[in-house]
Ligand binder design. Structure first.
Ligand SMILES: Cc1cc2nc3c(=O)[nH]c(=O)nc-3n(C[C@H](O)[C@H](O)[C@H](O)COP(=O)(O)OP(=O)(O)OC[C@H]3O[C@@H](n4cnc5c(N)ncnc54)[C@H](O)[C@@H]3O)c2cc1C
Length: 459
């Protein structure tokens, strides 16, 4: 009979309480039975074998920076935290790949490969605190994804422990390879519902030049959105193209004076790492911005100044934490509908009488409207949060561009997927996790999947 790995397991209530949640506010979390802080592959294998034999739900955790409740505890579950599996196993300069354990922090990997003249582009706003395993499990995006792609575009191979404790390798180290189904892609973005990632092989790129940046100020967010379309329509692909509306600027200004002109309605920040071509790219951005009624444009002269211009955008997460509660949307729409999205969000804020600050990766059409509220407004905040997702769908977009479905948006998945796609999700879940022990109730409703399948078989 298997047991949980003794050395790695605790049931200390204070420790369990500290590990109960990720960073999503307004998302329920239960009381776990135990926490396993895995220090080896064997710890993960043993935990899943035990959980499978005893039909106990397992919630995989990385650094718990998730924004969708996907790593929140369930009543009676085992939290399987892999942040201590944090070794960089290999950086192969010739092949331009790195092999890491899942607990390696994103920025740690980026810094390690930079020392060897290489570049790992996926850069979530949480790059200093989130793990590669978590990035893979959520298919995390970031600012530079506009030019380079999201986490999944860089994952070549995985080692995954399946629900019954078997260890599986997917993908390969080589630049190409099409033997069999693309199981690597299946596990990317699966949010801990199909298996636990214990090793990741990522592709790297040659180092890029340190970026230059430009900031454009507008009276309205709609003008800023038109500038996005105009610049990208001109055939440019900046390294980042980020938007902050007036409400976001107001929130950030409470933390730090960014020296923005008073009364500014929206800010657009473009970054170019095109080396000698960067000034040309930013001049084109300035032209687009002025064509779309920018009131002022500042172009950095050197990378240090560019860093300062990006600073305001990086402070947004921290600024939102100053509010009593927040619900952060993550809708992504076709870029041509960006202006309609931000206008619609302003209407929703008025309709539900809540404060919504909108910022995000404008170049991707991926916005993070954050409903910032105090607890008395919880109901209106939830309605506004839902209305933003409906607006995203109505505009031909998705309920989540990068944060994942988790628990927070689970009930919305069925509105985005068609019946056949939902059925396929359920079949895949049932096949890989027939007992429904892996992060049940996240992404898809486990009542209709694993557990139901077991119930049906035993009845
Ligand atoms: C300030 C801030 C800024 C952020 N900016 C961005 C951003 O720009 N882009 C973006 O995409 N996200 C962003 N996020 C969200 C979050 O950081 C990402 O979702 C990140 O990828 C989560 O990584 P993690 O290690 O914290 O995972 P966790 O939060 O621990 O887990 C996230 C999900 O992955 C699963 N999981 C974790 N590790 C594993 C594993 N090894 N195997 C299987 N499943 C696993 C969990 O069960 C859970 O469902 C931000 C968060 C914060 C707090």
């Amino acid at each position: 009979m298997t047991s949980l790995p003794v050395q790695a397991t605790t049931d200390d209530p204070a420790v369990l309480a500290a590990y109960r949640t990720d960073r999503a506010s307004f998302c329920p979390s239960g009381t776990p039975k135990a926490l396993v802080r895995a220090r080896s592959l064997q710890d993960v294998v043993q935990t899943l074998q035990w959980a499978s034999e005893n039909n106990v739900p397992v919630v995989p955790q990385g650094a718990r920076t998730g924004l969708s409740g996907g790593a929140n505890a369930l009543d009676g579950c085992v939290l399987l935290n892999v942040e201590k599996l944090d070794r960089i196993l290999d950086i192969d300069v010739e092949e331009q790949i790195a092999v890491v354990e899942p607990g390696v922090i994103n920025a740690t990997l980026a810094a390690a490969v930079a020392e060897k003249g290489l570049y790992y582009p996926p850069d979530p706003g949480s790059k200093d605190i989130s793990s590669i395993g978590g990035n893979v499990a959520t298919n995390a995006g970031g600012m530079c994804c506009l030019k380079y792609g999201v986490t999944g575009d860089f994952v070549r191979a995985l080692q995954v422990v399946l629900a019954d404790g078997r260890v599986m390798r997917t993908g390969r180290r080589t630049a190409k390879g099409v033997a069999g189904y693309d199981l690597t892609r299946l596990f990317v973005g699966s949010e801990g519902t199909l298996g636990v990632v214990t090793e990741v092989t990522v592709a790297l790129r040659p180092a890029a030049a340190r970026p230059l940046a430009a900031v454009a100020f507008f009276d309205t967010t709609a003008d800023a959105c038109r500038a996005v379309a105009d610049h990208l329509g001109g055939g440019f692909r900046p390294a980042a193209l980020e938007l902050m509306d007036a409400a976001t600027i107001e929130a950030v200004a409470k933390l730090q004076d960014l020296g923005f002109p008073p009364g500014v309605g929206a800010v657009l920040i473009a970054q170019s790492d095109a080396g000698t071509k960067a000034p040309e790219e930013l001049a084109a951005f300035e032209l687009s911005a002025r064509k779309c009624a920018a009131t002022e444009v500042i172009v950095s002269e050197d990378p240090a100044e560019a860093d300062l211009l990006m600073q305001g955008r990086r402070l947004v997460g921290l600024a939102f934490e100053e509010y009593p509660a927040s619900l952060v949307d993550d809708v992504c729409v076709p870029r041509r509908h960006l202006a309609e999205l931000v206008d619609g969000i302003e209407r929703i804020a008025k309709q539900y009488d809540v404060f919504i600050a909108t910022c995000g990766h404008a170049g991707d059409g991926n916005m993070h409207p954050a409903v910032l509220f105090d607890h008395a407004q919880a109901e209106a905040a939830q309605q506004a949060f839902d209305a933003v997702m409906q607006l995203g769908l109505d505009l031909g977009g998705t309920i989540t561009g990068e944060h994942g479905v988790g628990l927070l948006k689970r009930d919305w998945l069925a509105r985005e997927l068609d019946e056949a796609a939902l059925w396929s999700h359920q079949q895949i879940k049932n096949a890989l996790d027939p007992r429904g022990i892996l992060n049940p109730g996240r992404v898809i409703d486990s009542r209709a999947t694993g557990r139901a399948a077991v119930d049906q078989r035993s009845s």
